[in-house]
Design a protein around this ligand. Sequence first.
Ligand SMILES: C[S@@+](CC[C@H](N)C(=O)[O-])C[C@H]1O[C@@H](n2cnc3c(N)ncnc32)[C@H](O)[C@@H]1O
Length: 949
Amino acid sequence: MALQTFEWKDKPALIEHLFPVQKISVESYKEQMAGAGKTLIGLGSYWKGRKPLILNKACILGTLLPATDQPLKDLEIFEMLMGMDSQSMQKRLQAKLPATKQEQVGEFLVLPYNEQVKGAKRAEKLPSTLYSHIWSTVNEHLGTTAYSFPELVEQMGMARFGRRPRLADVFCGSGQIPFEAARLGCDVYASDLNPIASMLTWGAFNIVGASKESHHEIDKAQKQLAEQVQKEIDELGIETDGKGWRAKVFLYCVEVKCPETGWMVPLIPSLIISQPRTGTKNNVVAKLVPVPAEERYDIEIVEWVDGRELLAFKNGTVQNGEMIHSPDGSTTYRTKISTIRGDYKEGEENGNRLRMWEKSDFIPRSDDIFQERLYCVQWIRRKETGSGDEYEFRSVTVDDLAREQKVIDFVGAHLEEWQEKGGIPDMVIEAGDKTSEPIRTRGWIHWHHLFNPRQLLVAGLVRQKMNEKLVFAMTRLVNQNSRLSRWDGNSGGGGCVQAVFDNQALNTLFNYGCRGFEQVRNLLNKTSAFSEIPKVAIDVFPRLAKEIETENDIYITDPPYGDAVKYEEITEFFIAWLRKNPPEEFAHWTLDSRRALAIKGEDEDFRRGMVASYRRMAEMMPDNGIQVLMFTHQSGAIWADMANIIWASGLQVTAAWYVVTETDSALRQGANVKGTILLVLRKRHQELTTFRDELGWEIEDVVRDQVESLVGLDKSVRAQGAEGLYSDADLQMAGYAAALKVLTAYSSIDGKNMVTEAEAPRQKDGKTFVDELIEFAVQTAVQFLVPVGFEKGEWQNLAAVERFYLKMAEMEYQGSKTLDNYQNFAKAFKVRNFDQLMSDAYKANSARLKLSAEFRGGMMSGDAEIAGTPLRALLYAIYEVGREIEVEDVLLHLMENCPNYLSNKPILAKMADYLAEKRESLKATKSFRPGTEVSAARILAEAIRNQRL
Ligand SMILES: C[S@@+](CC[C@H](N)C(=O)[O-])C[C@H]1O[C@@H](n2cnc3c(N)ncnc32)[C@H](O)[C@@H]1O
């Protein structure tokens, strides 16, 4: 019988019971690594921190699908819908492997899942036939009659909410979540405080998700735009040398007067202009040729410099914040840039002698401290014979300077009018964390000061012809062509001009690259990815999260928790270009970053902003509505913060999951490795009351249930020959989740109203009632996770640091080696200096514990957490056995080193056995030889047990 409307009204959602986080992590990671291959990235690579579409898909489906009494079947259906089942994987592998290598598909299919994914295409890259095999099985299990995602989603929506599901993301950023929702067939509401975010989201629906015909039209319009601007530039004659070459890149540098010599010195950090990684000969350098009569340097460009000579050009005239030059080649003059700038400090105020540029300025005035100079041009033309282009770097000529003047004159003549009409920004830069840098280091106080005359000219011409469909071409252009665009001489084609936002700051540069139109055309012309969105209702605009006015069934949000990216500042770089006379579609939007209203940081304001937003979402959600709140796992305080926010918003946690989404390069950057936590939330309907004493039992029960159900499912899956679903870290997370789940279900604990408690201001460094509760809950949860082989009482008697070490040995045995795991567990076990226990050889993604031989005699006593513990004594004994010291002597030392040796004897033997077992299967590498450790631990365990006293 067909599914009835509201038949699933009160059914728990799949994501509240199971979620194959390991596989989803692998898929998410693959998408994050795809770089330019990400579906929405073409609209704006400057937007950082995009949540992977595949993760969003998993969350959306997870909130709609029901959890039935057949979890294995539920899982099978979910994996099919995700393109993660073996038949889909086969298709994905076939699609990636070349025709000649199709026989390898079978070989891939027996590898672990992450290896399969490496060799396969992402599911979203395949046509809908990827799913052709799944529908009958899906329909049979769910009672649906769907043959596509929109059909399935609509039917599931009817069964739950009595309508096509409405999904909202009120912190939509670049639109990754709502785009995926619309693509699957939900009606969506997407908003963000930031207009650039809203614009990117609009683009996701209306450019990437457009129909095929509109897509063609957009491509055509972009092409036309490029042609028109090219024509105007050609007419001006500012980018050609008259001999068939076109300018590819212009290189500019700052030039200053040396206070010691009076010479004008170009500030160029490295005089190597081009050093392509391939080949050793086509290197290009800038030679500074002193002109004593005029007290300045000529800059001569030399091509084909031999690799060996290159070294002499590596260091230019700015090194470590100092200007360095030598007019006669023997005396070197050094002056701090800060001195040149005239930095001073008066009382609290820092300042310098730079003149603040005015609205009419676009080049330095002749008496400004920082001048600007064109010092090299890279030219390009079609090869006369053969195919492709050839290029060369040349010194600046008199003709070049004449062309520069032409550009300056042209911009000078039009600036005021263009600014008036909005073709060039006239917006003032508001000081801020990131936005103060251009003001402080250059005196640039208007956004257009970040562009030189050539850049203003091209962007201005493009801007005049822009409409909402071309706005992305426009923002791509300004991101790639500004005074903040770094010249990178190491990439192909002799080098390339990098984007302003290849980091998340607004760093000013001493030298930079300016693209000739040759290099702009491709930015304007770019065809975006294409993935048509089915006919669904879509709302998108800039709005505060707490101002949402429509009811939605599902909320999936990724709020700005302790966000390192200052979207509210850096996006003003783009807002400046759109603000006046905006494209019609955005004309009624507030084109302002509304910095003051952005939720940011981690303090009181943050909590208040979050509570206002989530409370409103809870209000605008039916009683059976569901939410997924994503956040990055950063600090220990986060659990209490989240509990507070959830309590105060009238919501409660029903499940939590941990997904690793960070890319490899992010892993390498620092020790703070991050994953994403997903909290599943429902409205808190009842007013339940409890007491702390009772909470302990309840938390234990819930943790046990949750862990057992996860472990049970894991076992069943393994029994079928498949890989496990969960690692220990996931179980750990389940522990935290259970804690939150129990706590947030109550509105009153120990007679305290939790909503009021949650809203109480946090005392500096003081612990709130909520902090204490969370701590208590988490401890209860973690302690429940006793490793196999230990009795509960025994385990609890160990010191935290011992439990941590032993637990992590088990994790290593399970193949886990990311540093964030150690961090998470260290927090849970309250181990302060866990790095003392880590092998020196560790890296963020191949971390491991020290073996006994790496501890040697260290940390036996003193203030290290492990000092003086039975485990420390045991490790020392293992080390000694490994060094072939007589076992009898080793035991004597052990008796001396281990406190209460007699009563600790059984646990010592147990720990030795345990460590031997956990390390047995570890593979040896050059720096890591567990073999000795294993046999020594075994010998010792035996010896302890047989010892007669
Ligand atoms: C972490 S980002 C979301 C990223 C997004 N999920 C993606 O994949 O691109 C958080 C967003 O919250 C927005 N934001 C900050 N404060 C806000 C507020 N009070 N109301 C609405 N949006 C806000 C920021 O502009 C930012 O785009």
